[in-house]
Write a protein that binds this ligand. Structure first.
Ligand SMILES: [Zn+2]
Ligand SMILES: [Zn+2]
Length: 260
């Protein structure tokens, strides 16, 4: 529907100006948001820094491979994919210390709220999002299970994290599933953090096939070699991905920070 005045010269000029402004704004935003910093703390824990800092699945204390101390983490948002202890980890401590909200799946949000009612906890479910400032977090399915402190914790999730015009996908713990293709088509993540440890999740072979469905520009293996059952060689994942798709793999070392 066009308004009564839409044919006027003034309106045309205004519309024209508006479009130029809108375009410029988008362009500026892209320029501003060229790089994010991505730090791996081992297992499934990443710190993603742009205009805000997000920590995902902060399993630090009790992780035999982690050197990052929970006391040293500065985060604006804490994201937890599911209730298992190797993912919730130090989430409550870090959220409290940093006065940071937690974003997680619905039933786990309730359980965490029972632990500390003073925290700001956002409960989302599949295809649902929450926006905190300029950061948007969307839950997507994960084929796995979820419990916390011996209680059923609802469905586990993967998380799509959008910040500064960039899109990242943290798959949480998951087996492979066909709807990963939909995740790729829907959100176009540039970076995908995928579990490759086997035993509880995908192994390198499944994770490499997942990359073919998600089609990120960069895939980063996680959730391997923390404990004996999930011992894996990430080079196998890299070899398999790079032989079968245009995607690149970055094998991070623990405590490494890269720009993405
Ligand atoms: Zn798990
Ligand atoms: Zn796990």
């Amino acid at each position: 529907m066009h308004g009564r005045c839409s044919n006027s010269v003034t309106d045309a000029i205004l519309n024209g100006r508006f479009k130029v402004k809108a375009f410029k704004k988008t362009f500026d935003l892209q320029n501003m948001s060229e790089k994010l910093k991505l730090r791996w703390n081992g297992h499934a824990c990443f710190e993603i820094s742009g205009s805000r800092t997000i920590i995902v699945d902060p399993f630090l204390e009790g992780n035999p491979k982690a050197t990052r101390k929970k006391e040293d983490v500065r985060a604006d948002i804490v994201v937890v994919t599911h209730g298992h202890e190797d993912h919730v980890g130090d989430a409550l401590y870090i959220a409290k210390k940093n006065n940071a909200p937690i974003v997680t799946m619905v039933e786990l949000a309730w359980l965490l709220k029972e632990k500390d009612n003073s925290l700001e906890i956002h409960d989302i479910n599949y295809s649902g999002s929450v926006s905190i400032g300029k950061v948007k977090i969307t839950a997507v399915p994960a084929y796995h299970s979820s419990s916390y402190g011996g209680k059923y914790a609802g469905n586990p999730g993967g998380m799509i994290i959008e910040m500064d015009g960039r899109v990242l996908y943290h798959a949480g713990d998951t087996g492979i599933f066909m709807d990963m293709e939909l995740i790729g088509r829907m959100y176009h993540p540039e970076v995908a953090m995928l579990p490759i440890g086997g035993h509880y999740t995908m192994s390198p072979k499944e994770a490499a096939m997942a990359v073919g469905m998600i089609k990120p520009q960069l895939a980063i293996p996680m959730h391997f070699s923390t404990f004996p059952p999930i011992e894996q060689n990430p080079e196998e994942f890299k070899k398999e991905v790079e032989a079968n798709s245009a995607g690149k793999v970055k094998i991070m070392s623990i405590d490494q920070t890269i720009e993405v």
